[in-house]
Ligand binder design. Structure first.
Ligand SMILES: Cc1ncc(COP(=O)(O)O)c(C=O)c1O
Length: 308
């Protein structure tokens, strides 16, 4: 038994043992849901994915997720093979096959498809893309919110946009996985990654915010995922009169923050307990709680507006 936790820890749910997974239009029991060893996603990490969450029968912020998904696919010349209505219908078919309504997390994955030979060239994927949708019953564990996450800064950085743009939600997460391993080896739960200039940037799986002297700060956004939740938090702060800044700042300012939190579709806003073993503030988290409440209310309003 270890006290290791991750930002994506969910309550055990026995229903997940029998979920149906969408594989190119077929809905298959998870044990039978497979892709070819020649699939470019398996072979090269050549694919784009999106994480979405279902609240009371509504896919939260579907348009924002699809904007990012289609932009990413276009950027890597990956033909989706359907429009966003087609993706929506595939999500709904998977949801119906699983009888799911709320507290559901979805990983939508599109790869360049099966290759005719085991080499890199994209043209070797001749038969069209592979679309897989995994949906699980998923509720973040309470302790993520009570105890908070322990971060460690790591040597691995998120690189310059002209190497592999951090905005691409690519199947290959090796950059992030290496960072996560480094954090684990340092005895923390998740990695706090710097940008190529040494400014505080992002974690390996979520966006990162600090609270200093009543202001909310996050990185410029140049070297991290353009998170849907990140943007929601920025917009909610602005509309609620909280001063929010996208700026360069260093570990000096992060260590001295009163509060810090991560953002992501799965966990919404997850508090940070410590960075490199230094506890943040006095442990009370009034700004994080205020933003969590704003976000909950925003999701509820979105759901009410979009319920069929
Ligand atoms: C590296 C990374 N950062 C941040 C996020 C959070 O993005 P979002 O708020 O859209 O879930 C993700 C989610 O895919 C991610 O992979």
């Amino acid at each position: 038994m270890t006290d290791q936790q991750t930002t994506h820890d969910a309550l055990e749910d026995p229903r997940n043992a029998d979920i149906k997974v969408y594989v190119n239009g077929a809905l298959l029991h998870r044990d039978e849901a497979t892709v070819s060893v020649y699939d470019s996603g398996f072979m090269l990490g050549d694919g784009i994915w999106e994480g979405l969450r279902l609240y009371d029968g509504v896919w939260a912020f579907f348009d924002e997720h699809m904007d990012r998904f289609f932009d990413s696919c276009k950027a890597v010349s990956l033909e989706v093979g359907m429009d966003r209505q087609g993706i929506f219908d595939a999500l709904e078919a998977t949801r119906a096959a699983n009888g799911m309504q709320t507290d559901v997390h979805c990983r939508l994955m599109l790869t360049r498809g099966v290759k005719v030979r085991p080499f890199q060239h994209p043209a070797l994927s001749e038969s069209g893309p592979t679309l897989v949708i995994i949906m699980e019953h998923s509720k973040p564990v309470d302790r993520l919110h009570s105890a908070g996450i322990r971060l460690a800064t790591v040597p691995q950085v998120r690189g310059l946009p002209m190497s592999q743009d951090a905005k691409l939600n690519s199947h290959s997460k090796l950059n992030c996985v290496i960072a996560c391993l480094q954090a684990e080896q340092a005895g923390a739960d998740e990695a706090l990654m710097l940008d190529p200039h040494g400014f505080v940037n992002t974690t390996n799986a979520c966006n990162f915010f600090i609270v200093r002297r009543g202001e909310v700060w996050t990185s410029t956004g140049d070297y991290c995922m353009n998170g849907v939740t990140r943007q929601k938090v920025i917009d909610l702060c602005r509309s609620d009169g909280i001063r929010v800044l996208e700026k360069n700042y260093s570990l000096y300012e992060a260590y001295g923050a009163e509060e810090a939190f991560l953002t992501g579709t799965f966990g919404a806003q997850t508090p940070v307990a410590s960075i490199d073993g230094k506890a943040l503030g006095d442990g009370s988290r009034p700004m994080t709680a205020r933003i969590q409440d704003l976000y909950k209310a925003h999701v509820a309003a979105y759901v009410a507006e979009n319920r069929a």
